[in-house]
Design a protein around this ligand. Structure first.
Ligand code: AMP
Ligand code: MG
Length: 390
C-alpha cells in the first residue's frame, strides 16, 4: 500500500494544469493569474500630495502669499514664485516648481498670508511618480491569487482584463441506495445525503465549477451515472461504494469504463480505501470512501491539492504543533486525527469516528500520527495540516 506522500505525488504527476482564458477584471476575484502582469504605468503615475496643505518652494522666509489652489483631479502646470504658496489637497498633482508640501495642521493662515511652522525637508509629503512601481516591472507574478487587494492593484494600473486559469470542471457523484435528500422524510435505514453537498461546496470554494449526481448501488444505474459524469470534465469525484463490500461497485465500474487505476487504498486513516484513476481522454477520477469524515478528509488530502494544482497553486505547508493530550496511533496506517488548536497546542476532538461529521466540523487541523506509533504523549511535537475550506 502506498504512503500518503507517494499517492499524492502520483496524483499530481497525472493531473494536467487547466487551460487559461482572458476575463474582465470584474470577474477575476479568487481566480489565479496564469501569466505575470507587467506594469503598464508608473505608480503613482505623477508626483502628488499625500496631505491637505500648502505646496512651497525652499528656502522659506517669512509668511507666504497664497497664490492659488490645486485639488485632486486638477491638471498640473500652475507655477508660483518664491515667497508664494499654493493650497493643495491630497492626491492633487504637485507642481514642478514645488519643493515640498506642508501639512495644513503645521501652518497658520491670516487672510492670504500663510505662516509655515516647521520648515520641511525637500520632498516632504510628496508621493513621487514611480516610487512604488515603475512601468515595465513585474507588477504581479504568475500564480498570484486575485484577492480584493490584488484587484485593487490591477485596477490602479488600469488592467481591464487578466489571463487566468480556467475554472476546473468537476463532476461529483454520491452513491448509496440508502441516501435521501434533506427535506424528505427519513424512513428507517435511510441516511440524509451529506457528502455531495459538502464536496460540491468544498470544490466550489477552491474555484471549481461543479455538477452533482446521485446513484444508488445498482450496477447499471451507477454505470450510466459515471458515464454521464465523465462528459466534459477535468475531474470526477465519487463518494461511497469504493470499499470491499458486496455493494461497493465504483472501482469495478471505473474499470469497465476504461479508467486506468493508479491506486486503490492508501496507508491512512480515515480514508484507506481511496481510489485514483485516469480516464481514457484525460480527466482524473477520485473514488472517496463514503463515511462523511473519510470523504472530506480524503478530499482535503488528495482532491484539494489537485484542484489547486490545476490552477497553478500549491496546497499550504504542514506545520508543527505540540500535543495537549495523549493520542493513539495505529500499526499499519498514518492516522490523521481531527484536532482543535488553542495557542499552538493541539487538542484532538473527541469525535474521531469516521462517521462523526461533528469532529471535522469543529477541527482546525489534521495532525498526523505516523504508522506504527502506538500512542504519542502530551507534549510531543506532531506534523499538522491546517484546515482551510476556502
Ligand atoms: P460506503 O463507503 O458506501 O460503504 O459508505 C460508508 C458509510 O457512509 C455508510 O454508513 C453510508 O451510509 C455513509 N454514506 C455514504 N455516502 C454518504 C453520503 N453521500 N452522505 C452521507 N452518508 C453517506
Ligand atoms: Mg455505499
Amino acid at each position: 500500500m502506498h504512503s500518503y506522500e507517494e499517492a499524492l505525488a502520483m496524483v499530481l504527476e497525472r493531473t494536467a494544469m487547466a487551460k487559461t482564458e482572458r476575463i474582465p477584471l470584474q470577474s477575476a476575484l479568487s481566480r489565479t493569474l496564469a501569466e505575470a502582469v507587467i506594469a503598464p504605468l508608473d505608480l503613482p503615475s505623477f508626483d502628488n500630495s499625500s496631505v491637505d496643505g500648502y505646496a512651497v518652494r525652499l528656502p522659506i522666509e517669512g509668511p507666504l502669499k497664497l497664490a492659488s489652489e490645486i485639488a485632486a483631479g486638477d491638471m498640473v502646470g500652475r507655477s508660483f514664485e518664491m515667497g508664494e504658496t499654493l493650497r493643495i489637497f491630497t492626491g492633487a498633482p504637485v507642481p514642478p516648481d514645488a519643493d515640498a508640501v506642508v501639512m495644513q495642521e503645521d501652518t497658520t493662515a491670516n487672510g492670504d498670508w500663510i505662516t509655515i511652522g516647521e520648515i520641511p525637508a525637500a520632498g516632504r509629503n510628496v508621493r513621487f511618480k514611480g516610487e512604488e512601481v515603475k512601468a515595465g516591472e513585474v507588477l504581479l507574478p504568475a500564480g498570484t491569487v486575485v484577492t480584493p487587494p490584488v484587484l485593487a492593484v490591477l485596477a490602479s494600473s488600469g488592467a481591464s482584463q487578466v489571463e487566468v486559469f480556467r475554472k476546473p470542471k468537476v463532476s461529483i457523484v454520491e452513491t448509496g441506495t440508502e441516501l435521501v435528500d434533506v427535506g424528505e422524510p427519513l424512513r428507517f435505514g435511510a441516511v440524509y445525503a451529506s457528502n455531495g453537498l459538502a464536496l460540491k461546496a468544498a470544490a466550489e470554494n477552491l474555484g471549481a465549477e461543479c455538477r452533482l449526481f446521485r446513484s444508488n448501488d445498482d450496477l447499471s444505474t451507477l454505470r450510466k451515472t459515471l458515464e454521464e459524469a465523465l462528459k466534459d470534465v477535468d475531474l470526477v469525484i465519487t463518494s461511497g461504494g469504493v470499499s470491499v463490500g458486496k455493494h461497493d461497485l465504483v472501482r469495478s465500474t471505473w474499470n469497465e469504463l476504461g479508467v486506468e487505476e493508479m491506486f486503490w487504498r492508501v496507508a491512512i486513516r480515515p480514508g484507506k480505501p481511496v481510489y485514483f484513476g485516469v480516464a481514457p481522454d484525460g480527466p482524473v477520477v477520485f473514488g472517496l470512501p463514503g463515511n462523511p469524515v473519510s470523504t472530506l478528509v480524503t478530499f482535503y488530502l488528495f482532491v484539494r491539492p489537485t484542484v489547486l494544482h490545476m490552477q497553478g497553486r500549491v496546497a499550504g505547508e504542514t506545520k508543527k504543533l505540540t500535543l495537549g493530550q495523549d493520542v493513539a496511533g495505529a500499526t499499519s496506517v498514518d492516522v490523521f486525527a481531527r484536532t482543535q488548536v488553542k495557542d499552538g497546542v493541539a487538542f484532538p476532538v473527541e469525535a474521531q469516528g469516521s462517521h462523526m461529521s461533528t469532529g471535522l466540523a469543529f477541527a482546525h487541523a489534521l495532525i498526523r500520527i505516523p504508522s506504527g506509533t502506538e500512542s504519542l504523549p502530551a507534549g510531543a511535537e506532531v506534523d499538522a495540516i491546517p484546515i482551510i475550506w476556502n
